[in-house]
Design a protein around this ligand. Structure first.
Ligand code: LLP
Length: 441
């Protein structure tokens, strides 16, 4: 059992006079205006995180491509476009959103094992920077589509370096058993094959070994293997101009579980292992850019005591924040009112209203005494929170708010139940004669 606490050091979410604030706005003001559950993002923290990558890689030719999957909010994308970010997209929808936010197509990379023909077509027409290709059939499909358009597709081959990432098994991506990338041993052959395709231009390699990695060692192993591969390719006379090194480092969800390395140390490792190769580097951080910049706020509905447990029942549920149910992930939980130093902290099971036992955010979480109507916030919820939300149990999609200094704006509204019903339709025949011959009695 661990007592939830705030990060030390600069934090956009902190208590001022005992009241939780986001930058210069009291969280209560947002809760009153928008209701709960609701995500709140601190714009200045997003800026700081992007700048941390841009500064750390300053001495290497690089482009920071924010991974939209972590949070594809239009407002966040627009915030990043204005500060020079590129984008890592994994679907036609993500590319369209980046473009809608004003992104330069020449700063968009397109990854994923299952790009459809339509998505590849649209991305070619848009003029994106590169397709990270993950298999030979995909390469052939891309060559055909580029041919039909009279274009040449810029490609990086995604290599599977077969490295254990030391993270949750569901977010490990760089092992031979994972569906991602082309086998390390086959890259040379595939590169040659691509060289014979008239509508493919292979400009580099890409890799990604997993997410929420707290140690530099798996990166070191993967980058060393990649450096070896680049030398081999060059020895065979191939030209390798760029290296996409995948996502960013993990974040400190729970101090007891370990702290991530500094971004500067990660950049130093990249410099040591790949810096001499004279390649342009692409880094695709998602979590570390937006995770610490977001919270999910919720209201306590009931405190339910049973023979041996105390349940804190919130109005937020797994459809709003899936990570605890899906990955047993830890998110610190803090009350809007700072706990009295004298208050007794007792274990609570923190749950939502969804009809599944997996709708549990935390078990035995030490919390001060809370009552119905009190508000709480899950920290580090900016990444893979709203982006993985759903309408399970017919719960409206959670709204989002962005703060900048003393301003805030709702950047995605909460749909009404009527909006949700309006999207659906009932087939005509269901309102017709029940003796319809097409229907079984
Ligand atoms: N690039 C590629 C090719 C990726 O697959 C990913 C994440 C990233 C970049 C961004 O990685 P990051 O900097 O965020 O670690 N839903 C899970 C995380 C899934 C990550 C999938 N790939 C979670 O909530 O923990």
């Amino acid at each position: 059992m661990t007592r939830g606490k705030m990060d030390p050091g600069p934090n956009p979410f902190c208590y001022r006079d005992g009241i939780l604030t986001c930058e210069d706005v009291a969280a209560d003001v947002i809760a009153e205006a928008v209701g709960t559950p609701c995500y709140i993002y601190a714009g200045n923290e997003i800026t700081r995180n992007l700048k941390a990558y841009q500064d750390a890689f300053r001495d290497l030719p690089h482009l920071v491509c924010y991974a939209l999957k972590a949070n594809p909010s239009l407002a966040i994308l627009s915030h990043l476009v204005r500060r020079g970010a590129g984008f890592d997209a994994v679907s036609g929808g993500e590319i369209a959103k980046a473009l809608a936010a004003g992104a330069d197509p020449a700063r968009i990379v397109f990854a994923g094992v299952g790009k459809t023909g339509e998505e590849m077509h649209a991305a070619l027409v848009a003029g994106i920077r590169q397709f990270n290709v993950e298999s030979v059939p995909e390469l052939k499909a891309l060559d055909d589509i580029a041919c039909s358009l009279g274009m040449v597709a810029p490609v990086a081959l995604r290599v599977n370096p077969d490295v254990r990432a030391q993270t949750h098994r569901k977010i490990t991506t760089g092992m031979a058993e994972n569906k991602f990338g082309i086998d390390f041993a086959n890259i040379l052959e595939v590169w040659r094959m691509a060289g014979e395709m008239a509508h493919i231009r292979t400009q580099g390699l890409a890799l990604h070994i997993g997410s929420q990695i707290l140690s530099l060692e798996p990166y070191r192993a993967a980058f060393n293997r990649t450096a070896e591969l680049v030398s081999n390719l060059r020895k065979q006379g191939e030209t390798v101009e760029s290296l996409d090194i995948g996502g960013g480092i993990g974040i400190a969800y729970q101090h007891e579980a370990g702290l991530p390395p500094a971004i500067a140390d990660f950049a130093r490792l990249v410099g040591e292992t790949l810096g001499d190769l004279d390649c342009e580097l692409i880094i695709e951080p998602g979590r570390s850019m937006i995770g610490p910049a977001g919270i999910l706020i919720a209201t306590v509905l009931y405190v339910k005591e049973t023979a041996d447990r105390r349940f804190l029942i919130l109005d937020a549920a797994l459809n709003d924040l899936l990570r605890p149910a899906m990955y047993d992930a830890w998110h610190d939980l803090i009350p809007f009112r700072e706990a009295d130093p004298e208050s007794r902290w007792t274990p609570h099971d923190v749950v939502g209203p969804i009809c599944e036992s997996s709708d549990t955010f935390a078990r035995d979480r030490l919390l001060p005494s809370l009552s119905a109507g009190d508000r709480v916030a899950f920290l580090h919820a900016g990444a893979y929170g709203a982006s993985m939300a759903s309408e399970y149990n017919c719960r409206p999609l959670v709204p989002e708010v962005m703060v900048s200094g003393d301003r805030f704006s709702q950047i995605r509204s909460r749909p009404t139940i009527e909006d949700m019903i309006k999207r659906e339709s009932i087939p005509d025949w269901l309102s017709q004669d029940p003796d319809d011959p097409n229907e079984e009695p």
